[in-house]
Design a protein around this ligand. Structure first.
Ligand code: SF4
Length: 178
């Protein structure tokens, strides 16, 4: 077996932990403890999952996969939220399988060392728009368009005003922010 065939996670311990904030709710988080340090794998995993937050120096990654919310540190994986042991086993198997698959394919993956780009405030986007509320973008107001841009429901090209020379520097700023 060469190094690329080695599973990232072989043995592990798994337990259910009751939510401290809601005792008696029958909702648990799963804690998966690992015997080894898998911090080296985090940039590869970050490149392949739907990242929620990634802090490279702190070696912390949280992500979503198939509606499973998961956070990772080098020796600990946490999955939220389950209601019973069967569900916990199923979700654990899915996540361990995902991580081992990513690790197996790491030779083809460009590691990613940055977290998700934070979304800019709506107002800062709005201030860079023409602010005429002309509706040519299909939305009722420039504020609505700003919100749509932030949520990836619109593109800068949808606003004809931004194509005018007088707005070129603002368009560039918007491109940088988004
Ligand atoms: S087309 Fe541009 S200027 Fe007109 S409402 Fe939409 S965002 Fe505002």
């Amino acid at each position: 077996m060469n190094n690329h065939d080695e599973a990232l996670i072989g043995d592990y311990g798994m337990k259910l932990v009751e939510r401290a904030c809601e005792p008696g709710s029958f909702e648990y988080k799963i804690e998966i403890t690992l015997p080894g340090d898998i911090g080296r794998a985090l940039p590869y995993i970050n490149a392949q999952v739907e990242c929620i937050d990634y802090l490279h120096n702190e070696k912390f990654l949280s992500f979503r996969h198939d509606e499973i919310f998961c956070s990772m540190r080098p020796n600990l994986i946490t999955i939220a939220m389950v209601h019973n042991r069967e569900e916990a086993l199923q979700k654990t198997e899915i996540i361990i399988g995902l991580l081992n698959d990513i690790w197996r394919r790491r030779g083809d993956i460009e590691p990613k060392y940055n977290g998700k780009k934070a979304k800019p405030p709506t107002l800062s986007i709005y201030k860079l728009l023409p602010r005429t509320n002309c509706r040519e973008c299909g939305l009722a107001t420039c504020m609505a368009f700003a919100s749509a841009l932030i949520n990836d429901q619109a593109e800068l090209d949808n606003c004809p005003g931004l194509l005018h020379e007088e707005h070129s520097s603002k368009r560039q700023e918007l491109t940088n922010l988004l």
